[in-house]
Write a protein that binds this ligand. Structure first.
Ligand code: NAD
Length: 487
């Protein structure tokens, strides 16, 4: 199986190679096979990409929002027409089952281009401020060259979620995908050119943790949007602060999902499974601390166990497969070491906990794993695992569970299942997180803001809120009379 792109980078409307860069091998996580060889960007490639973006941006910013939006909407149409091909590439890049990528990856990217393309004309308006005979007005202006740095769990979606709002506001973008998943973003860049985007406005360069700082520290970059872990976020925010760049941080989480005894139990189990096992658990907003009210614990666990053991693990290209491999060997090692810690610290292993033996070959598979009797102090309840490991914790009452749910440095998301609507809103109101769900979990349509609080980051992606993070207000005060000076 091969997925070799024409070249490693996409700059100024075309593929570019520089073989002086360190080799990046792209491995298919289901087999460990090398499917492409690329090169990390050299400093010369970084310069070339930023120079192209800087050159192209002013003319793009001068176009009307409607004209910019038309191009983004065309890109959305092309992505939908090629959904199958893009989804297969996403599956090769990440190992995620085609059953998921076909509905959740390119389509979510296309939604983003469609939404931002469509709201352009209204969303970028300024305001008029009456001041007696004088007045002022505001206009929303682009920032200039924006850098996007992606994680490996949703490569195409992240490339679009950062690209669409940046472009509609009149910025240019240089995007660096994760070194684990270098392929998808190149296709997004190709499609944007095909849709009519002028060259230089959406560039993709490859690289790892040594390449990122070249972008973040560059004096011609106005903004950095990172999707990644908290430790990387701290480094990138600190580097960006050196030149006071705008920053959006989409970081990790250890989110609570609270199930009260009056909840629709099968719905809550479905939500917990989706919020722990989708994308083999590699989702930042996952509800990995499932707090279950003690009176329903046994019923919840026995039904959850049965449904989990029925999940189909296997070849990600088979449409029946529900659980694919982890993205990399290293990530599997990390997840397995957390599973061992869970066992050693006394959690009860309900199911899973190992490498599935019916999956042959070198793929990086881990069984969907459930621990019960997890306590707040255990490592598996405190640290982000980023794999298919669900921790079930018991609780007795509302005040207690809210305090425990908030007892974390993270604040990305959270959920509550209850049939008491008043309680649902009351609990959601008190949970310290950027996105909350009541009686569902992990749904992130482009219309709603998404992002974290506390150590999970700041800034918001999607919705009208994203426009504020890719533009700034310019205020113009207009004097209508003579200037009265006291001297
Ligand atoms: P990571 O932090 O290791 O890497 C993220 C990206 O940052 C990669 O492209 C990497 O090359 C780059 N990078 C690393 N060090 C850098 C530096 N010093 N300067 C600039 N760039 C640098 O994260 P990952 O392992 O790719 O992804 C998993 C993490 O991402 C998890 O913590 C997960 O929760 C988080 N995540 C968050 C969201 C969200 O929207 N909040 C979404 C997906 C993933």
């Amino acid at each position: 199986m091969k997925a070799q792109p024409i070249a490693s980078h996409f700059i100024d409307g075309e593929y570019v190679e520089d073989t002086d860069g360190t080799v990046i091998e792209s491995l298919y996580p289901a087999t460990g096979e090398v499917i492409a060889r690329l090169h990390a960007a050299t400093p010369a490639i970084v310069e070339k990409a930023i120079a192209a973006a800087k050159r192209a941006q002013p003319e793009w910013a001068a176009m009307s929002p409607t004209a910019r939006g038309r191009i983004l909407k065309r890109a959305a149409d092309i992505m939908r027409e090629r959904n199958r091909e893009l989804s297969e590439l996403e599956t090769l890049d990440t190992g995620k089952p085609i059953q998921e990528t076909i509905v959740a990856d390119p389509t979510s990217g296309a939604d983003s281009f469609e939404f931002f393309g469509g709201i352009a004309a209204a969303g970028l308006n300024g305001s008029y401020i009456p001041l007696g005979q004088d007045f002022a007005y505001t206009k929303r202006v682009p920032l200039g060259v924006c850098v996007g740095i992606g994680a490996w769990n949703y490569p195409q979606q992240i490339a679009c979620w950062k690209g669409a709002p940046a472009l509609i506001c009149g910025n240019a973008m240089v995007f660096k995908p994760s070194e684990n998943t270098p392929l998808g973003a190149l296709k997004i860049a190709e499609i944007l050119i095909e849709a009519g985007l002028p060259k230089g406005l959406y560039n993709v360069i490859q690289g790892d943790r040594t390449t990122g700082p070249l972008l973040v520290n560059h004096p011609d970059v106005a903004k950095v949007s990172l999707t990644g872990s908290v430790p990387t976020g701290r480094k990138v925010a600190a580097a960006a602060a050196g030149s006071l760049k705008h920053v959006t941080m989409e970081l990790g989480g250890k989110s609570p999902l609270i199930v009260f005894d009056d909840a629709d139990i099968d719905s809550a189990i479905g939500g917990a499974m989706l919020g722990n096992f989708y994308s083999t658990g590699q989702v930042c907003s996952n509800g990995t601390r499932v707090f279950v009210q003690r009176s329903i614990k046994e019923t919840f666990l026995s039904r959850l166990k049965a449904r989990t053991e029925n999940m189909v693990i296997g070849d990600p290209m088979d449409e029946a497969t529900q659980i694919g491999p982890m993205v990399s060997f290293d990530q599997r090692q990390k997840v397995m070491s957390y599973i061992e810690k869970g066992k050693a610290e006394g959690a009860t292993l309900v199911t899973g906990g190992g490498i599935p033996n019916h999956v042959t070959g070198e793929g990086y598979y881990v069984q969907p794993t459930i621990f019960a009797d997890v306590t707040d102090e255990m490592t598996i309840a405190r640290e982000e695992i980023f794999g298919p490991v669900m921790c079930v914790l018991d609780f007795d009452d509302e005040a207690e569970v809210i305090a425990r749910a908030n007892g974390t440095e993270f604040g990305l998301s959270g959920g509550v299942f209850t049939s008491d609507l008043t309680r649902g809103h009351r609990v959601a109101d008190q949970l310290e997180a950027g996105t909350l769900w009541i009686n569902t979990y992990n749904l992130c349509p482009v219309e709603i803001p998404f992002g974290g609080s506390k150590q999970s980051g700041f800034g918001r992606e999607n919705s009208l809120a994203a426009l504020e993070h890719y533009s700034e207000l310019k205020t113009v005060y207009v004097g209508m009379g003579k200037v009265e000076a006291p001297y």
